[in-house]
Design a protein around this ligand. Structure first.
Ligand code: ADP
Length: 866
């Protein structure tokens, strides 16, 4: 058929597609979700499924591909992972009852930020949807994890665009959302940066204006959610407005699990920009780009995914409130001092279910019986933990008090649901015997029916004399009597033939069919009744949703504290003291990540002393590979760990509460922004100078390296002077410009440190020890030799260095730079010298005859090359 007009079904499809142009439309046809046209071409490629064609009326060969509906979630997760949105259009009436075309409707739009399928989400990471609204110098941010219902928001106004943009970037990198909703009229460069690096959904200003937030909140939030929303006067918060609108438009369900609106002010935390987080390997290893090799990996011994997610939040937002930090430290200390209780708690935590991620299912009542039972088990375990914590007379008692006793919920679940229920309700029992008389009667009718069938089979065998007569069941025929071909002569006349197979015949009898309808009725009734009881239970759970959310919160906190306590004991960390006087005093500090690589040899610990006076700035010199960068990172990491309330790797630490830590370590081109290494470096320094205060810690590694020596030196010199006289921020500054060491004499707040090395004959040995005073040499050529650079080049480098040092002041590094006496050597000569050297060094006494023979052979072969 091709009359150039779309078929009615195709019209329905095209109409839906028109409204959802930016997503792949899954269009339900019977047992399949079908995709058409460009969607089909794209999806068949991305999902590696066959592309076929369908007559669409107007287009005889409409490209089409499809997937069975019951496995759709696997394919949806693939598409989401690849950065697409998927719109689900379902049949919303029973096709058997439909008059004409089946009614279809979009039931859900799945996007990276609203994806909640726990089978495919990483359990130890939140999946955030973020809304950013920027207007002039104002920044509104709100973000939520839709699977758990947690929502956070902030608002801030800035003095200029530069600071606004850098804060937005830092905040986005801190949160790492899977999707960002952003107003379409933001700055073009920022928009480009966002769309290059994140999944962006632009919001039109008109659409934002048209959101009726009052109606949305009133119709979709619980009473508690509405109360909290109104009390915090959030109807003017554009980011929250956009976020809730988007959730509602895409998910098309009530938002019963969004109950708390948590305001935060990230300037009240220790601020770490993206660069510092990355170079310090807080959450991801630099080489692995995942948790491996990061501080998070070392600290995360959490037993629940809820705990792992919370620890990540703690690390991303270290505290600056001493009381809150001390509170965490007190708990860790108490866990450390009661190992038996801690071990018992750990055992309970191991079996606790991720009830935080059940929030959405509690909210939209899609919990299955297995999940409901895991809520029961989690409540019971939480009560055991409550008891264990309550035994203590210290801070752990406070944790115990915070666990609400939800036994009334677990008991109710226990009354209703059997102990090991299936995930899906079909014919089997899910509801306990004794809970509903009506249900028990239906189940006994089912049982009696089964007995009746067994008896019926026996009776018919006797009546007909057919020994192998069987009563069987299948979905198409229902119950039937099966008789092999050889016995059909004995069939009574009241049997009605229904089906002929190769070796047998199948029959009905009136009596059997009557029982079958009775059985069917009780089966349907049982299913209906079980679903009804479950649905009442789900309503009850929904009424208590906030209690589960609170329980998840306290359990995750306990898990993180227990994990930090375990890590502190295993790794011999110490409780830090905290001060507000600007002092950082660390005795025998270690790098928490690098020390893990040392098994037999020991990591060399080092002291640090920084204050606001004579020890404000340390200039650190020493050869490459000496350990300067490790030392500086270790100071930053110990400081951050103290701010999250963790014990720290050292013998003693007294850490000042800081506002920000800035690091400028290692150079990397930011190609996405089209900037060179040196440009990036200078931008980072500019950002530090603009935003650091005397409460900040600056870690600057080889600033000025990316340009010519004298340029770089001059910039580094000027920056250090500025820090010493204006910023007055604590600073560790590693450099190869030994000239900078003279600053010590000029400014009392600057002092020189170096990392000790020992020179033994031709070789240098790294001692890894920080000592007072500058390093004498930079040992660059020694390190080059150690790295295996050819002796000939090394020798020549020494000549050049001597010549340069003798000519200091005359032959500056400019275009007239000239070094005399270059002894031209051909590659042939170099190879020959090397060969002779190698032969000279053969230790003939230590060679077996076989090895000597092999060696001789090699010498002959090599000599042919020369
Ligand atoms: P630099 O910055 O001076 O070039 P790094 O800090 O990169 O040197 O250190 C080089 C290597 O030395 C590191 O990879 C680490 O394995 C080792 N190292 C650094 N500090 C120590 C230490 N205190 N104890 C033991 N090994 C260390």
């Amino acid at each position: 058929m091709n009359n150039n007009k779309p078929t009615p079904m195709m019209l329905q499809y095209l109409d839906t597609k028109k409204k959802h142009p930016d997503s792949i439309l899954f269009f339900r046809l019977g047992d399949f979700y079908e995709m058409f046209f460009d969607d089909a071409i794209l999806a068949s490629k991305e999902l590696e499924i066959a592309l076929t064609k369908r007559d669409a009326g107007f287009a005889q060969k409409a490209p089409m591909c499809g997937i069975p509906y019951h496995v759709a979630h696997t394919y949806i997760s693939k598409l989401i992972n690849k950065g697409y949105k998927v719109t689900i259009c379902d049949q919303v009436e029973d096709p058997k009852l439909a008059k004409g075309l089946v009614k279809r409707q979009v039931t859900k739009i799945i996007t990276p930020g609203t994806f909640t399928d726990s089978d495919f989400l990483k359990s130890d990471e939140n999946n955030y949807l973020m809304a950013v609204y920027l207007k002039k110098y104002d920044m509104y941010i709100a973000y939520t994890d839709f699977s758990t219902g947690e929502l956070y928001y902030t608002y801030r106004t800035f003095l200029d665009e530069e600071s606004l943009f850098s804060s937005v970037r830092d905040e986005i990198y801190r949160i790492m959302p899977s999707e960002i909703l952003v107003n379409e009229d933001i700055d073009k460069t920022l928009n480009k940066f966002l769309s290059n690096n994140f999944f962006i959904t632009n919001y039109k200003n008109d659409d934002i204006v048209n959101i009726d937030i009052g109606k949305l909140v009133c119709e979709n939030l619980t009473d508690l959610g509405q109360k909290n929303f109104n009390e915090k006067k959030l109807s003017d918060n554009i980011a929250i407005k956009t976020l809730l609108d988007y959730l509602f438009k895409t998910q098309k369900i009530h938002l019963n699990h969004i109950n708390n609106f948590n305001h935060y002010d990230y300037y009240k935390n220790l601020v770490l920009d993206e660069n510092s987080k990355r170079t310090l390997e807080l959450l991801k290893g630099l080489n692995t780009n995942n948790k491996k090799g990061s501080l998070l990996e070392i600290l995360d011994k959490c037993k629940t995914s809820m705990g792992s997610r919370l620890l990540k939040k703690w690390l991303s937002s270290p505290l600056t409130n001493i009381d809150r930090i001390e509170d965490r430290l007190n708990h860790i200390e108490d866990f450390n001092s009661d190992l038996l209780v801690t071990e018992d708690i750990k055992d309970r935590l191991k079996n606790i279910y991720d009830i935080e991620r059940l929030s959405l299912k509690i909210s939209n009542k899609t919990l299955n019986p297995k999940e409901i039972n895991s809520i029961k088990e989690t409540i019971n375990l939480s009560l055991e933990i409550k008891k264990l914590l309550g035994k203590n007379n210290n801070n752990l008692k406070n944790l115990s008090v915070k666990i609400e006793n939800l036994v009334f919920i677990s008991e109710k679940i226990d009354q209703i649901i059997i102990d090991d229920p299936p995930a899906i309700i079909e014919d089997e029992r899910v509801i306990k015997k004794g809970y509903s008389l009506e249900l028990d009667e239906l189940f006994s009718a089912k049982e009696e029916g089964k007995d009746w069938i067994l008896n019926f089979e026996k009776k018919e065998k006797e009546k007909t004399g057919i020994k192998n007569l069987r009563i069987k069941y299948n979905k198409i025929l229902g119950y039937f009597i099966e008789v092999t071909k050889s016995n059909i002569s004995q069939i009574p006349s009241d049997y009605i033939r229904k089906q002929t197979l190769v070796g047998s015949e199948r029959y009905f009898s009136v009596e059997l069919k009557e029982m079958e309808s009775k059985l069917l009725v009780s089966k349907d009734e049982a299913l209906r009744l079980q679903s009804k009881i479950l649905s009442e239970l789900k309503n009850f759970l929904l009424e208590n949703i906030i209690k589960f959310q609170n329980l998840s919160k306290i359990i995750s906190a306990i898990d993180v504290l227990v994990s930090l306590s375990e890590v502190s004991r295993r790794n011999n960390y110490k409780r830090p003291l905290l001060n507000k006087e600007g002092l950082i005093d660390i005795k025998k500090g270690r790098h928490p990540i690098v020390e893990k690589n040392y098994k037999d040899e020991l990591f060399v610990p080092n002291d640090t002393y920084l204050d606001l006076d004579k020890n404000l700035i340390h200039i650190i010199t020493g050869p490459n590979m000496a350990g300067k960068s490790t030392y500086m990172r270790q100071v930053a990491l110990i400081t951050i760990m103290a701010h999250i309330g963790s014990f720290v790797p050292c013998e003693y630490a007294n850490i000042s509460v800081l506002d920000r830590i800035f690091t400028r370590i290692g150079a990397s081109d930011n190609l996405a922004m089209g900037q060179s290494t040196f440009m990036v470096e200078m931008k980072e320094v500019a950002n530090i100078i603009d935003n650091a205060s005397k409460n900040s810690l600056l870690i600057l590694d080889e600033v000025g390296r990316g340009t010519s020596t004298y340029d770089g030196l001059s910039i580094a010199y000027a920056i250090l002077e500025y820090i010493a006289t204006n910023l007055k921020a604590k600073t560790l500054f590693a450099t190869h410009y030994h000239e900078l060491c003279s600053l010590e004499e000029k400014y009392p707040s600057i002092s020189n440190l170096s990392i000790a090395v020992k020179k033994e004959e031709e070789d240098i040995i790294f001692l890894r020890k920080i000592i007072n005073g500058p390093s004498n040499h930079s040992y660059g050529i020694d390190v080059a030799k150690l790295a295996g650079i050819d002796d000939f080049i090394i020798k020549r480098a020494w000549d050049i260095l001597n010549s340069l040092e003798n000519n200091k002041g005359k032959n500056k590094l400019n275009k007239n730079f000239k070094i005399d006496n270059f002894e031209q050597k051909s590659i042939f000569d170099i190879k020959k010298d090397k060969f002779i050297e190698k032969v000279k060094n053969i230790d003939i006494n230590n060679l077996s005859p076989m090895d000597a023979f092999k060696m001789l052979n090699e010498i002959i072969e090599k000599s042919k090359e020369i």
